[in-house]
Design a binder for this molecule. Structure first.
Ligand SMILES: Nc1ncnc2c1ncn2[C@@H]1O[C@H](COP(=O)(O)OP(=O)(O)OP(=O)(O)O)[C@@H](O)[C@H]1O
Ligand SMILES: [Mg+2]
Length: 259
């Protein structure tokens, strides 16, 4: 995670009002760039798109396209983008993008999520490109420090009243290229119940179990020898429960290869 994400030479920034989501703060910064929500400075969508370097995911009809762009500053960003989808899917995407942008902004600089670069209109957002590999590709005893790191990240999140809610997704945790440090992706399902509030007291204990149970899944997948007897029992309980779930096509729910 570099500090060099933000753009210094944002010539076209603020050029097109169509690039601003309604109500989104935008103002000129001293470099002439357009400071969007978050503290990133991002050129206009046209420039980011002109500098597209490739696709990470070509989303199907209902999923976001995820592409990369190398900006003038040398920063590489990832754009999550619903803008080429049908009208109906764009409305769904708009909600997803708003939710994800909110959490990326909230966690910007915390070392848990990619740095937030800004919104690109209603249907897309940009974030730091994280140079890493999916954590699931690193099983074995060597994964122990990664599991310990993941627990620290989850404790940090939970202290902020945040539940990620989609950590069972195998692709949603990246191990940084140097091998030290994890970054959690895909924040559209996250929930925040601010500590100290009534709703936090009433609901957070139950909600955080979603991430805690995903953490056990990661332990089981990467290095089952790290599981305590209690954790093994919890996994068994979860498997039994999943077998009863009528929408679970595999009937077993929990596998080594996916969620
Ligand atoms: N900031 C990033 N840096 C590097 N790679 C990324 C970044 N964001 C996303 N990716 C890659 O793109 C993939 C898809 O991103 P993401 O999970 O956010 O999209 P999605 O549409 O929600 O996908 P899905 O629903 O299939 O999980 C990730 O699994 C990861 O491989
Ligand atoms: Mg994902």
């Amino acid at each position: 995670m570099s500090g060099a994400l933000y753009v210094r030479d944002a010539r076209e920034a603020c050029a097109s009002d169509g690039d601003a989501a309604p109500g989104q703060a935008r103002s000129r910064d001293p470099d002439g760039g357009c400071r969007l929500a978050g503290d990133g400075t991002l050129p206009a969508r046209s420039e980011v798109e002109a500098r597209r370097t490739g696709y990470l995911v070509r989303g199907g009809p209902t999923k976001a396209d995820v592409w990369t762009s190398s900006l003038d500053s040398g920063a590489r960003v990832v754009v999550k983008d619903f803008s080429r989808k049908t009208w109906l899917v764009r409305q769904w995407g708009r909600v997803q993008i708003s939710r994800e942008a909110r959490f990326l902004e909230l966690l910007d600089g915390a070392g848990i999520a990619p740095r937030f670069a800004g919104r690109l209109g209603r249907y897309a957002l940009a974030m730091e490109y994280v140079d890493g590999t999916p954590l699931y590709a690193h099983p074995g005893p060597g994964a122990r420090p990664h599991l310990a790191r993941l627990r620290v990240l989850l404790d940090d999140l939970q202290a902020r009243g945040i539940v990620h809610n989609d950590l069972r997704g195998r692709e949603n945790i990246l191990l940084l290229a140097g091998g030290e440090g994890l970054v959690l992706l895909d924040w559209a399902s996250a929930v925040r119940l601010p500590p100290g509030t009534l709703r936090h007291r009433a609901l957070f204990g139950a909600l955080k179990r979603v991430d805690d149970s995903a953490f056990l899944k990661w332990k089981d997948m990467l290095d089952p020898s790290t599981l305590t007897a209690d954790e093994r029992a919890a996994i068994q309980r979860f498997r039994r429960w999943r077998r009863l779930w009528p929408l679970n096509r595999k009937g077993v729910g929990w596998t080594r290869t996916g969620s």
